[in-house]
Write a protein that binds this ligand. Structure first.
Ligand code: NI
Length: 167
């Protein structure tokens, strides 16, 4: 089932999400619907707050063939190494892209769709994507992390989105 993606400045995007205590059938279905929504919108990742659910759940697929879905509950970065700067976008902030600094490589752990502990060593796009999605669980958007110059570039577009939401 396709879900509605909440866009900036929806307040749910600023909330800190709560830990998942148990991966219930309902949460498993939510993850599956989030993947469907992500693929439909040609995104590489989606976090639960983006569909209005303040729970620590992310889904992603950074593979070329779009056939390597990842579901992770309570994701946690165990280790981050190095720095990299890449261009990011977000389904909740359409039409804006900007350069963001991230760890180059990370080790990340969490629970898979069956509630089993799992971990990933990620680099390049997958590493960036994990970090972007985890930020969503802490109410942080990529536009919050920009350098002053980058911030200035997107300021007008964000203000326009806010003005439109008020109407
Ligand atoms: Ni995003």
């Amino acid at each position: 089932m396709l879900l509605e993606i909440k866009t900036f400045p929806n307040k749910v995007l600023k909330k800190v999400s709560v830990e998942v205590e148990e991966v219930t059938p309902e949460l498993k279905e939510l993850a599956s619907n989030m993947l469907e929504t992500m693929y439909e919108n040609k995104g590489v990742g989606l976090a639960a707050p983006q569909v209005g659910v303040s729970k620590r759940l992310i889904v992603l697929d950074c593979s070329e063939n779009r056939d390597e879905p990842i579901v992770l509950f309570n994701p946690e970065i165990v280790k981050g190494i190095g720095k990299t700067i890449g261009t990011e976008g977000c389904l909740s902030i359409p039409d804006i892209e900007a350069k963001v600094q991230r760890f180059e490589k990370i080790n990340i752990k969490g629970l898979n769709e069956n509630g089993e502990e799992t971990s990933y060593d990620a680099e390049e796009l997958l590493s960036t994507c994990f970090q972007h999605e985890i930020d969503h669980l802490n109410g942080v958007l990529f536009v919050d992390k920009l350098s002053p110059v980058q911030k200035l570039k997107v300021k007008k577009l964000l203000a326009e989105m806010e003005a439109q939401a008020i109407q």
